[in-house]
Each structure stands twice: as structure tokens, then as C-alpha cells.
Design a protein around this ligand. Sequence first.
Ligand SMILES: Nc1nc2c(ncn2[C@@H]2O[C@H](COP(=O)(O)OP(=O)(O)OP(=O)(O)O)[C@@H](O)[C@H]2O)c(=O)[nH]1
Ligand SMILES: [Mg+2]
Length: 250
Amino acid sequence: MPNTLVIIPTYNEIDNLEPIVSRVRANVVDAEVLIVDDSSPDGTGALADSLAARDPHVHVLHRAAKNGLGAAYLEGFSWGLSRGYDTLVQMDADGSHLPEQLPSLLAASESADVVMGSRWVPGGHIVNWPWHRRMLSQGGSTYSRFLLRLNQRDVTGGYRVYTASALERMHLSSVESLGYCFQIDMLLHAVRAGLSVVEVPITFVERTHGSSKMSGRIVIEAMGRVTVWGLTGQGATHPMPVPAVAAPRN
Ligand SMILES: Nc1nc2c(ncn2[C@@H]2O[C@H](COP(=O)(O)OP(=O)(O)OP(=O)(O)O)[C@@H](O)[C@H]2O)c(=O)[nH]1
Ligand SMILES: [Mg+2]
């Protein structure tokens, strides 16, 4: 039973999916891949099925409708935890997260609960992003770090590795965010659960095929939630409230 599951959420990634899956398989040969597709109209889900039919290391979860990357990841985590994987990776399908850098993230996860691929630490790079995307990413990270008292530099980054025991301690049932904010929400849950978090520099490459699902609504969701969390004292310095009843395990 391989230990590492790489979860790749997809919505209209037909040109990106096959290369990213084969690069993951080439770079971490014993990893398994879970594609979580939200009924992409461009046929990504059918392509995912054909990749899974060719390679027993590839699995697919089909969801009925587009419901945000956060919900797709939560379903992927639950799928992986219930099957006993002990390392779960988040990776975009669009080529922004380089599978060639996954071995260094996995190496770091041997001594940390959560590993975050980071664009904003020394050694981190961004390729082909316009200035307004850099500003949004850096501005969003700075705003969230300040309001939520987080120490990490790249709080919206989505290239991460979680150990299964970390996810089990993070009270995922209270993660509600759908878009960009999901990454901040997850980090906040990790820090408040007392987990060790390390940032590893990555090179983030802007997608060359397909289109971004980032939208004004996603940015507003993130700003609104971060502001409310900050103003209501739900930042990183406050421990997670322990649920009165233990959450059921899948
Ligand atoms: N299953 C699922 N996947 C999604 C959804 N929204 C985005 N994704 C996937 O999540 C990953 C990240 O989405 P992107 O559109 O690249 O958004 P982003 O990386 O936040 O924004 P950019 O930096 O502009 O690319 C990609 O693999 C998308 O296909 C969704 O609603 N459902
Ligand atoms: Mg992207």
C-alpha cells in the first residue's frame, strides 16, 4: 500500500491533466494520484477515467457540480484518510505547482506536520505572473498574517503536504471556505491545533493552458472571512475550540 496520495482538483483542465499526472508519477514513483473533478464541461472527468483505467496508481472522484476547490480537497482528504494513506498532498492541475519539486516537499514532511510550498521565502520564485497578481498574492498574505497573527510568508499558497495525523487533528469539519480562503483557513486550523508548519521555497509557474478560476468573488470571500476572523479574535494565537462530541471518523 503506497503511503502518499497526491490530490489534484480539476475543473476544465483537459490540456493540463495528463502531463501533470505523468510528471507526478515520474517524480514520485510510488505515489498515488486522486483526481477530484467537478463535472468539468470540457471532458476532464472522462480523461481522468481513462488515465485511471491505464494506471492503477490513479483514482478519480466525480462530483456533481462545481463547488469550489476547498470542497473538492475536503472530499479528497476524507477519501484518502479512510483508505489509510499517511501523507496527503495538495497540487493544482494547471502546472503552477511543479511535480519536480514534490520530492523536496515530501522530504520536509518527514519532520513537520504540514509543509507549505512558498513563493515568498528566500529561494521562492514566480514565473510569468503580471505585477497585479504578485501584488494580490503578497498583499493578501501580508494582510492575513497581520490580522491572524500568522508567521508564515505565503498563506494563500496551495502546494502543500499534510500528514494524515495532522489532518485528523485539524477539525476539518469546521473548514468552510471555498476559494483562495481555503488555504488560509487550513493554515489557521493547523496552527491553532498546535501543529508544526514549515515553508519550503518553490518556483510557481503561471498556467499556459486553460483559464484561471480565480474571481473577484473568491478574493472578496477571502478578504471578508480573514477580516471577520481577525476582528473576532480567531487568529493563530487562539487554540482550536475542542468539539464537545468527538467528530466521527469518516
Ligand atoms: N474540483 C474542482 N477543482 C477546481 C475548482 N476550482 C478550481 N479548481 C482546480 O483547482 C486548481 C486551482 O485553480 P486555478 O483556476 O488554477 O486557480 P488558482 O490557482 O487559485 O488561480 P490562478 O493562480 O489564477 O491559476 C486547478 O487545478 C483547478 O482546476 C472547483 O470548483 N472544483
Ligand atoms: Mg492556478
